[in-house]
Design a protein around this ligand. Sequence first.
Ligand SMILES: [Zn+2]
Length: 325
Amino acid sequence: MLNVYLTIDVELWSPGWQLGPDALSNAFDTYILGKTANGNYGLQYQLDIINDAGLTAVCFVEPLFTKAAGTGYLRQIVDICRKRGNEIQLHAHPEWLKHATPDFKGIDFSERYLLSQFSQQEQYQIITAARDILASVTDCKISAFRAGSFAANTATLAALSQAGIALDSSYNPSMPSPDNGFTEECHAANARFRQADVTEIPMTVYKTHNNTLRHSQLAACTFKELRSLLLKSYQAGHSDFVILSHSAELLDGSRRRKDPGNIATLVKLVAFIAANQDKFRCKLFNEIINTDADLPTAKPLVKLGVNYSLHRAVAKITRLIQARF
Ligand SMILES: [Zn+2]
């Protein structure tokens, strides 16, 4: 049985780091509600597709934006996630502290914004600040973390341990940050590992025809790729399959219109997972037994042939052309 985690990084951004009320209201409308002239295609719409298929998502919620916006929007985000039983976990982008509270606990943000650029103690302060904000608006058990931009390192796991957060899902060898302490030499891709009493559940990556690593993200993969990856991972005996999405993943690049291609991919993906429950078990992070000493053994990465890359390229070009008309 392959454990499948449908993870959504729930976050908002304000272009140019404008932090006035109107700019933050627009950011919430776009990145959380997914407002377009023809309806809302944001977090609620995405979760409804997942939940209507009988599945549940893991929402990695970014709370540091409240340093600029207050907790009103965060409460609305938590309500959207919890309405149909989706899980709340913690995501953090220290960029918000850099721009909203540059004097945060005396930490120097002038040259840094990725979590992995900070010391273990500074990471602990950033992570616990984010955790405490999120915990102030929900009584959900926060047991898992994902660093913004996957910028985590070994100090992050130690800081999480210090903060009492037992699970992490930041290891993504397809997006190594410059001072990312996780490397394929130290940790096999796609394989759980434990360090500092924290269990890492890595982002699922795969190899393309030319051995390029890609992560399994809704907007970055075709349904054809995701279906094959799931089946091949199941057949190869992998234990976990972590799929990435974002709260604004179903909008197109303009952020003003829905993205019919990404919506179709999600609809087909959840139907496929739901129809194959003899192979796939959609799970939440709070269901992971993180004290399990017997970690699953690493399995070879799944590789997809050139026809998958060509199909993805054609699909992308088709969507670009359709978006112009
Ligand atoms: Zn993020």
